[in-house]
Design a protein around this ligand. Structure first.
Ligand code: 5AD
Ligand code: SF4
Length: 447
């Protein structure tokens, strides 16, 4: 059958969709780009903010017309919103054929077959650890002969942190880690298939291997550090990135492993959420602004060139002007190269949904705009500071906006554009002299 997948939400969801595509192809199906051409339409949904749910529901609702024209069309809702709403989603969108939660994704292939055979609606939302080992397939050849040199591996699933605003622990269940042997074997297979850069994924990726609820971890021990060290020894692998780590898991052992590695990039996504201790406590984030600054300082001491990105929520219940000022101050102090700023959205089921969503929408918008403005100014200044330096980039291919140029990324995750030379290949490391800074990227010459 011809299958189309649309994905909402985070990188973990992107990875799940990629694994599902791989599974479907192994089972003899083909992936198609358009909804109209598909026999099966899959929507891999997100619940993290209300808007993500609204978008997916709107899109699925719209597919009713398509189904009226193609009565054999099978439509499925998968992932976090499917998990959260289960049967309720079938009531709301009765033209759905199935609802497949986060714990049951690995059963997609037989499920689609059974629906094709008997056309019965199915809701499958039981939590299951099998999804951890059952989502190992990849689909990195989309649209070309050559596989993409980037590959993603999910090393943990679920979350045990229970931040008060967050739905994830309820829709992805308790945190579980794959075995080191399994992850390393998958990495080796990917590298043998041309992967040069691995992105390790998990809701709390640095808690890999702990199990239970260890936070903060004791100093001197880090199963995640051990995993990075083992992956670092895979000869043809050039780069490792990971996302998202909870700040308290950066102990001395992990920082030393990152700084001492050949492949781990000097760009760390370090979710801050708020710079106010009062708000952090209300969010059940188990660190203070001082503790967070200490992690940044320790990473900088070990890697002077390290860059940071972050996630921040504005307008959490009760966030005052002073709380916001503290967030803004901390953000400018750290000088993030990128930040994802979210306006607080109450999620039914998460703890803070019981509190009044007290910050008016206009104030959320205003705070959001101020942080984005700060970011723009800061990034432009940081990029100007790179002019004249020589940077190592991993070549990506032609620049999306100007096909005469190519681009690549530094280990610190900065995008650099340059004119190509003969035999330039995506997935190779090259030295580039930076000659000019734009607002969001750099320009240079290949050496
Ligand atoms: N409202 C707004 N943003 C949220 N996030 C998680 N839950 C919410 C919510 N209820 C943000 C956090 C998290 C990112 C993935 O989404 O910043 O790190
Ligand atoms: Fe959305 Fe969170 Fe689920 Fe990712 S894990 S899809 S961000 S709800």
């Amino acid at each position: 059958m011809k299958i189309h997948i649309k994905t909402y939400g985070c990188q973990m969801n992107e990875r799940d969709s990629e694994a599902l595509a791989g599974m479907l192809i192994e089972a003899g199906h083909t992936m198609v780009d358009s909804e109209e051409a598909a026999d099966v339409l899959l929507f891999n949904t997100c619940s993290v903010r209300e808007q993500a749910e609204r978008k997916a529901k709107g899109k699925i609702g719209y597919m009713k017309k398509l189904k009226a024209r193609h009565p054999d069309l099978i439509i499925g809702a998968l992932g976090c919103m499917a998990q959260r709403l289960g049967n309720e989603l079938l009531n709301e969108l009765p033209h759905l054929d199935f609802v497949l939660g986060t714990g049951q994704l690995h059963t997609l292939v037989p499920l689609v077959e059974s629906i094709r055979a008997d056309r019965k609606q199915v809701v499958a939302v039981t939590e299951s650890a099998e999804v951890l080992t059952g989502m190992r397939t990849h689909h990195r050849h989309a649209g070309s002969e050559e596989p993409d040199f980037k590959a993603q591996i999910a090393i943990t699933r679920g979350c045990n942190r229970f931040c008060s605003y967050c739905i994830v622990p309820y829709v992805r269940g308790r945190e579980i880690s794959r075995s080191r042997e399994d992850v390393v074997a998958e990495a080796r297979e990917l590298v043998a298939d041309g992967a040069k850069e691995l992105l390790l994924l998990g809701q709390n990726v640095a808690a890999y291997g702990w199990g239970g609820n260890v936070n903060p971890p004791p100093s001197g021990v880090s199963p995640f550090a051990e995993l990075l060290e083992e992956l670092d020894r895979i000869p043809e692998l050039l780069r490792i990135r990971f996302t998202s780590p909870y700040p308290t898991y950066f102990n001395d052992r992990l920082i030393a492993a990152i700084a001492g590695s050949r492949t781990v990039c000097h760009n760390i996504h370090l979710p801050l959420q708020s710079g106010s201790d009062r708000v952090l406590a209300a969010m059940n984030r188990q660190y203070t602004a001082t503790g967070y600054r200490a992690v940044v300082a320790a990473l900088r001491a070990a890697m002077p060139d390290v860059t940071f990105s972050t996630d921040v929520i504005v307008g959490f219940p009760g966030e005052t002007d002073e709380d916001f000022r503290l967030t803004r101050e901390l953000m400018n102090e750290v000088g993030y190269d990128n930040s994802f700023i979210f306006k607080y959205s109450p999620r039914p089921g998460a703890k803070s949904a019981a509190d009044e969503d007290s910050v008016p929408q206009e104030v959320k918008e205003e705070r959001n705009a101020l942080l984005l403005e700060d970011l723009k100014t800061r990034v432009a200044a940081a990029l100007r500071g790179q002019v004249g330096t020589v940077q190592e980039v991993l070549v990506e291919g032609t620049s999306p906006r100007n096909p005469e140029r190519w681009s690549g990324r530094t280990g610190t995750n900065r995008l650099v554009h340059f004119l190509p030379v003969a035999d330039l290949k995506p997935g190779t490391l090259r030295q580039v002299k930076i000659t000019r800074a734009g607002g969001v990227s750099l320009f240079g010459e290949l050496l």
